[in-house]
Design a binder for this molecule. Structure first.
Ligand SMILES: Cc1cc2nc3c(=O)[nH]c(=O)nc-3n(C[C@H](O)[C@H](O)[C@H](O)COP(=O)(O)O)c2cc1C
Length: 161
């Protein structure tokens, strides 16, 4: 079953969160658009993540879609907790102010989606956050997205054009 499920390709994004002066980034692949009108996306976040705390407290998040050359950033933000390390500073990532949310955007990712939490739904060992997309900027229109297929820790592939 797990081998079959792993054939589903995953996008690789960073979920940006910000609360009481703390800006955090978490790698997330369980992310998808779920509605056109209104424009809604979902991200599935395990309750033990620091991100879960920050997004629950602020009601906002940013989805930063990573480019194919950003696998190391994904690996770092997906293996450390913001409780222990300031990932933005450790990676030296350049940020821009959010236009409609307080969460900063990432200057060098493929695109940023600014989201406000519209609903949450428990889903097994994760919680689905539905976000209304209230802003969106493409930073690197020429870049290919980073995706994961046949998931094994640390294996990333370039999306086929
Ligand atoms: C490629 C990849 C995809 C991931 N996708 C998710 C996800 O969709 N949801 C989730 O809760 N954790 C996901 N994780 C795990 C979190 O990124 C990881 O636990 C992270 O350290 C949590 O950071 P935080 O405690 O600062 O929020 C993923 C990790 C990797 C490497």
């Amino acid at each position: 079953m797990k081998t079959a499920l792993r054939q589903l390709p995953w996008p690789v994004t960073l979920i940006g969160s910000f609360h009481e002066g703390r800006h955090n980034l978490m790698t997330a692949s369980w992310v998808s658009q779920v509605s056109f009108k209104p424009l809604l996306v979902m991200v599935s976040i395990a309750p033990e993540r620091f991100t879960y705390e920050l997004v629950s407290a602020s009601g906002e998040f940013v989805v930063s879609i990573l480019a194919a050359d950003q696998a190391e950033i994904a690996q770092f933000c997906g293996s450390r907790s913001g409780r222990d390390v300031d990932k933005v500073r450790a990676l030296g990532l350049k940020t821009l102010p959010g236009k409609t949310v307080k969460v900063p955007l990432l200057e060098d990712c493929l695109a940023n989606l600014e989201c406000r939490v519209a609903a949450t739904h428990p889903a097994g060992d994760h919680v689905i956050f539905i976000g209304e997309v209230v802003g969106g900027e493409v930073q690197r229109p020429e870049a290919e997205p980073l995706v994961v297929r046949d998931w094994k820790w640390g294996r990333y592939v370039k999306a086929e054009a």
